[in-house]
Design a protein around this ligand. Structure first.
Ligand code: ATP
Length: 310
């Protein structure tokens, strides 16, 4: 469905764009129908840049992104972009910023109608909205005609997902979609993503939170400084983390019955360095080259070992 091959992004930064920042390095993975793939990494690891490149919101520097066999790396022209967005949509962290406070929140539906379904009759359109709201478990009376400030963050987030569903999308990029929601609403939105997956939708789930990645995804892609440190079936990556960076991330998840001191000791042990594939002396495991350590489970090898094997 969605495939990234050796995708990189270099931003021009500094005065007059004279400096370059390599935010994403040679990233490749696939999202299949009915599959949730998590992009996991700390702040600045390049997760959102990848999500934005998939959505055509940030131009890619190198590599290829294909969706259902079509190269969508450089989407040009209103018609091509419109067709792509009929199939692929994004939902982001801050639902409030997606709504204009001076209009009722359901204006987002009217904008979709004007762009994609100008020929739809009123009765048909009302039925389609009701169907979409039903999928995201919102009653029309709860949200229609209400202003953004009258709705909760969770309701607004679900409204945005309902808007995307009007388009018969095949893939959703969900970028930190629950970070701003309270605990009870979070689980609602996570379960909703589970429903969408069950309907065959592919989901690219961007998160800095390992436990969320573990909860929702079939495949995990762990990013470090823009490169893949480790990737594979979520069960394998979490049960047998091979890269020191993944182990450090896992060690920093607060757990009941564990103390700071125990977590610190784990961190220190992992910080000793070396390549996760070839051991100490094999570089720092920067994730430049991916090595298949077990079936479908890849780990970044720094490629600079003394004997050239690494
Ligand atoms: N438009 C931009 N111009 C220049 N640099 C950028 C731009 N957007 C992101 N960056 C830089 O690229 C790197 C990756 O940023 P990105 O937002 O993709 O990371 P992230 O993993 O999503 O982080 P966070 O979880 O904090 O959102 C960071 O160093 C960031 O400062």
């Amino acid at each position: 469905m969605l495939r990234l091959d050796r995708v990189s992004k270099v931003y021009r930064i500094g005065a007059f764009g004279g400096e370059r920042l390599r935010a994403v390095r040679d990233v490749g993975f696939e999202v299949r129908p009915g599959q949730v793939v998590s992009l996991i990494g700390e702040s600045g690891s390049g997760k959102s840049t990848i999500g934005r490149m998939v959505l055509g919101l940030t131009p890619i520097t190198e590599g290829t992104i294909t969706f259902e066999g079509t190269d969508v790396s450089r989407l040009r022209g209103h018609r091509r972009r419109k067709e792509y967005y009929r199939r692929v949509q994004g939902v982001f962290q801050d639902p409030f910023s997606c709504f204009n406070p001076i209009f009722p929140a359901d204006r987002v539906f009217a904008l979709i109608r004007a762009e994609y379904f100008p020929e739809a009759g009123d009765a048909e359109w009302r039925r389609r909205i009701a169907e979409s709201l039903d999928v995201v478990r919102l009653g029309p009376a709860q949200v229609l005609g209400k202003y953004p400030h009258q709705l909760s963050g969770g309701q607004l987030q679900r409204l945005l997902i309902a808007r995307a569903l009007l388009l018969d999308i095949r893939m959703l990029v969900a970028d930190e979609v629950i970070s701003m929601l309270d605990a009870s609403t979070r689980i609602d939105v996570l379960n909703l993503l589970g429903d969408l997956k069950a309907r065959g939708m592919g989901i690219l789930f961007v998160t800095h939170d390992l436990s969320l990645g573990n909860y929702v995804s079939d495949t995990s892609v762990i990013l470090r400084r823009g490169a893949i440190a480790e990737s594979g079936p979520t069960g394998r990556v979490f049960a047998n983390p091979l890269h020191p960076y993944t182990r450090r991330l896992l060690a920093s998840v607060p757990r009941l019955h564990r103390t700071w001191a125990q977590t610190d000791a784990e961190r220190a042990a992992d910080a000793e360095g070396g390549c996760p594939v070839h051991g100490p002396g094999g570089g720092d495991g920067g994730g430049v080259r991916l090595v298949e350590a077990e079936e479908g489970h890849f780990v970044g090898c720094s490629g600079d070992g003394a004997d050239g094997s690494c």
